[in-house]
Ligand binder design. Structure first.
Ligand code: ATP
Ligand code: MG
Length: 212
């Protein structure tokens, strides 16, 4: 049995055509089903529905053979025990630094000010600011980072941005790019060696179906 770990929402939606290209059709829609294990049309493939941030953990420990997770999530996880064979080019966005519209970010950097930054991505943010030689105090949040600078919790946020509509609605502006984000296929390293004959065709179908 091949187990593939996915999160519902945008990753499930954007993965559905790739799965179809590999001849895998989920038996149910995770948005309407409460089941956490979904059968597929293939007797030897099942899907498990987990939180986006938990995908690398299930694959790392071999509870799933394959998983699909954002680069943001994989960078924070560290990628231990994971083989990352494919950039699926889905769920694309950017990791950005953003501040209040009235905050002088470049001025603060020039003065060498110590910035307070809220983010869900503490490891990524720490590495980004360290590479720039900036001193920051990082505060971990689990959601709605945009609120931080509005209520005096922080000077800046590090978060994912796609259209920028949420930033604009909250009078924030992106000032710096941390990196490009897309979702990646990850495989458990041991399982990939052991089940190569079953996994290789799925990988091949995905890589052929990726829209560049
Ligand atoms: P939850 O929303 O349940 O708290 P989450 O934010 O981790 O969890 P999603 O919103 O489904 O889950 O995001 C899953 C992945 O999709 C992220 O890890 C990221 O790689 C990508 N993603 C997030 N936001 C966007 C976006 N606005 N545009 C494109 N891709 C995004
Ligand atoms: Mg989300």
């Amino acid at each position: 049995m091949i187990t593939i770990a996915l999160s519902k929402g945008r990753i499930f939606e954007e993965t559905t055509p790739l799965l179809a290209a590999a001849g895998i059709i989920p038996a149910e829609d995770p948005e309407s089903s409460r089941k956490l294990i979904l059968a597929t049309n293939r007797y030897d493939v099942r899907l498990i529905i987990v939180r986006a941030t938990d995908v690398p953990t299930y694959v790392q420990y071999g509870a799933a053979d394959l998983g699909i997770a954002g680069k943001d999530v994989l960078d924070e996880h560290g990628g231990e025990g994971l083989y990352q064979p494919l950039d699926l080019q889905i769920a694309k966005c950017k990791m950005m630094v953003a501040v209040r519209e009235d905050f002088d970010y470049l001025g603060a950097i020039r003065r060498g000010a110590r910035l307070k930054v809220v983010t869900k991505y503490v490891k990524t943010a720490r590495e980004h600011f360290a590479a720039k030689g900036m001193h920051v105090d990082l505060i971990k949040l689990y959601g709605s980072m945009e609120l931080g600078p509005l209520v005096g919790l922080a000077d800046a946020i590090v978060d994912l941005v796609s259209t920028g509509a949420t930033l604009r609605a909250n009078h924030l502006t992106a000032v710096e790019e941390v990196g490009d984000i897309s979702s990646r296929l990850v495989a458990n390293q041991a399982s990939f060696k052991l089940n190569r004959t079953q996994l290789q065709p799925i990988l091949h179908a995905f890589s052929t179906a990726i829209t560049k």
